[in-house]
Write a protein that binds this ligand. Structure first.
Ligand code: ATP
Ligand code: MG
Length: 633
């Protein structure tokens, strides 16, 4: 058996011994008595009886050995600032914030809601919360008051931490008015609001409720707040899914399992070592930001680079100049960001010295082959796809190159990661699919490994009903993604189970058609959805962003390009996959986290209600789609 196969096999078949070993990567105040309690499936409790603290593992335990080493480097191209905190400085700063939270009445188990831009204080707020055993709930800073209000009512925070403003493309986005509006809309009222004043926008403070961080920080300059030891199963945070398929779900994460899972992921998946530098370009509002901007790099004694700004401002070389400057060893981003860069000259990237970079990991959306090939050519470093969900907290599928280097295959995020008993299931019969290249639902046999969601926040029933009851005849976790596995164990994601198209009896993943169209030389980006059709059951519609803006509005050019795209699909996948229509638009509707909102496209195409669009980035994109369809009639 290869090293990788053996490692994976032990994680499943000698589960408790495997995870007992991994648990030694972190500090325990009280060691666990039982590795996994699965007596009440599908609820798994990891490291039962153990007591630890996430902040201790991220900061305190490193201070003696690497107090002067950079821990957090916050770079903003919005305010043109760069601040670096050593482990010792971060330790002090987090205790000041922890002292302030205690002074504001936050107790163990209370929720602290964090609605902040990508500034160092946001990381400090998260770490301070878990330090005192509070549960943080970060809400992406780009959300408006309505989305924030629902999340306030769900989390019921004792304190909300926010800032005067964010900034996007040099434009100040005031947060305080949105926050005040959200609190007015919400039925739950926080006891206190803690405001970081960046000096970007004027703020009206509500007397008795609102406090300035600068004031409280000054009062607690010498604050010494020991870590609160909590049970391994004590919640560390709640976080909402992206809302791509409907109403976002509030994921509840534990403490011990999460810390161990992240600690285990560093050597095995990232081949990462203390003292190296991790640069994850996500936002703290998403799971990738929680795990790989904040917690994992710090648990691993690395420096983490936190970035506020666009990938293309002041120019598309900005991220890569940071890689050179800070000798970044591990970079983590999303295909959607790479597709933005892809519209520019690769020279912007390649002109920097990227030799420190071990690899670039990408997650969040399917990584189409043309995008993977483009970025690989531009930076000349290995590109590693990885597939996971907010629910799981860390990768389900990828290459574990730290265990044993594996060749990557374009279009595949790789193999099942240790701890995840991944199965492909026939969604209709519930039967397990064992033959190579059979299409099925990607499912995970319980117990979910450490680090995955314990439940849906305050809604055990929703946890069971949503995730564990969708496959007939068996209780197994559904990812609601659809894929195939080749004979070597590499998976390929074909799309969401909702996005499977049934054209005259042929089941097709929208992803397959998208992949093909995005390989057309004139297309920058594309979304494919299935819509009801009287004759064929369903047909595929494609919404494509051309590389050149000249096409939009020019009916003859559109029609010629539509033919060309259809011929391209015919040649690659066959006529059955040919889209019934290809519409050309300047941008596609996406969630705030950059995921294609296919369900919104589908609803518009089928003239149905579009449902919950609270996580949509730019409503204008959807209006454009309506206009493009009308123009092409
Ligand atoms: P919601 O669950 O609210 O509908 P969401 O599923 O988009 O939203 P996330 O948890 O942010 O919320 O995203 C996880 C999903 O993203 C996966 O289920 C999968 O569909 C997609 N995804 C993530 N990484 C990859 C990848 N490497 N390749 C293909 N798809 C991916
Ligand atoms: Mg999801």
């Amino acid at each position: 058996m290869s090293r990788f196969a053996d490692f994976y096999d032990r994680s499943i078949n000698d589960r408790d011994a495997f995870w007992a070993e991994q648990a030694q990567r972190i500090d325990w105040h009280v060691p666990p008595q039982q590795i996994c309690d699965y007596s009440n499936p599908p609820f798994a409790r990891w490291f039962v009886g153990g007591q630890t603290n996430l902040c201790h593992n991220a900061i305190d335990r490193h201070v003696a050995e690497r107090g002067d080493q950079a821990a957090l480097i916050a770079v903003s191209t919005e305010t043109n600032t760069e601040r670096s905190y050593s482990y010792a400085e971060l330790h002090r700063e987090v205790q000041r914030m922890a002292a302030a939270l205690l002074a504001l009445g936050v107790k163990k188990g209370d929720r602290v809601q964090i609605y902040m831009p990508m500034i160092a204080e946001a990381a400090i707020a998260m770490l301070a919360s878990v330090r005192i055993g509070a549960i943080h709930s970060v809400v992406f800073g780009g959300f408006a008051s309505g989305s924030l209000a629902t999340r306030i009512d769900d989390a019921q925070p004792t304190v909300i931490i926010s800032a005067d403003a964010g900034s996007r493309a040099g434009k100040v986005v005031p947060y305080k008015p949105l926050l005040d509006e959200a609190i007015a809309l919400a039925s739950h009222q926080p006891q206190a609001v803690l405001m970081v004043d960046r000096g970007l926008a004027p703020m009206q403070l509500v007397p008795g409720r609102d406090h300035l961080w600068a004031d409280l920080r000054a009062q607690h300059l010498d604050g010494q707040v020991p870590c609160e030891w909590v049970d391994a199963t004590h919640p560390s945070y709640t976080l909402y899914t992206s809302g791509t398929t409907g109403k976002p779900k509030g994921v509840q994460r534990d403490t011990g399992g999460y810390t161990v899972a992240l600690a285990a992921s560093l050597p095995a998946i990232f081949d990462a070592k203390p003292g190296q530098t991790f640069f994850c370009t996500s936002d703290i509002g998403w799971v990738v930001g929680h795990s790989y901007i904040i917690y994992a790099p710090l648990i691993g004694g690395m420096a983490t680079l936190m970035y506020e700004g666009l990938p293309v401002r002041p120019d598309p070389g900005i991220w890569w100049s940071l890689v050179e400057k800070y000798k970044v060893t591990h970079m983590f981003s999303a295909p959607t960001a790479i597709r933005v860069l892809k519209k520019h000259d690769p020279e912007y990237l390649s002109k920097y010295d990227l030799s420190s970079l071990q690899a670039l990991w990408l997650a969040g959306e399917p990584l189409d082959e043309p995008t993977a090939a483009w970025i690989s050519g531009a930076i000349q470093r290995p590109i590693i796809d990885n597939y996971w969900q907010t629910e799981t907290g860390w990768p389900i599928l990828t290459l574990c190159n730290g265990v044993e280097p594996q060749p990557s295959r374009f279009g595949s995020p790789g193999k099942a990661v240790f701890g995840y008993n991944v199965k492909l299931i026939d969604g209709d019969t519930g039967a397990e699919l064992l033959e190579p290249m059979q299409k099925g639902v990607i499912a995970i046999e319980g117990p979910l490994p450490p680090g995955c969601l314990m439940t849906v926040w305050r809604d055990d029933q929703r946890f069971v009903n949503t995730y564990w009851k969708s496959i007939p005849g068996r209780q197994i976790y559904s990812t609601f993604d659809w894929g195939v596995r080749d004979k070597d164990g590499y998976y390929f994601i074909l799309g969401r189970t909702d996005d499977v198209i049934n054209v005259a009896g042929h089941r097709l993943g929208t992803r397959e058609i998208e992949e093909s169209i995005s390989g057309h030389p004139d297309i920058a980006e594309v979304a494919v959805v299935g819509v009801a059709d009287a004759l064929k059951g369903q047909v595929a519609l494609a919404f494509a962003v051309p590389r050149s803006n000249a096409v939009a509005g020019d009916l003859a050019a559109c029609s010629a390009m539509e033919k060309s795209v259809c011929n391209h699909v015919d040649a690659q996948l066959g006529a059955v996959a040919r889209p019934a229509r290809v519409y050309f638009v300047a941008s596609l509707p996406k969630t705030r986290s950059g995921k294609l909102l296919r369900r919104a496209l589908q609803a518009v195409a089928e003239k149905r209600d579009t449902g919950d669009l609270s996580t949509m980035e730019d409503p204008a994109a959807l209006q454009q789609v309506v206009a493009a369809m009308a123009a092409a009639e």
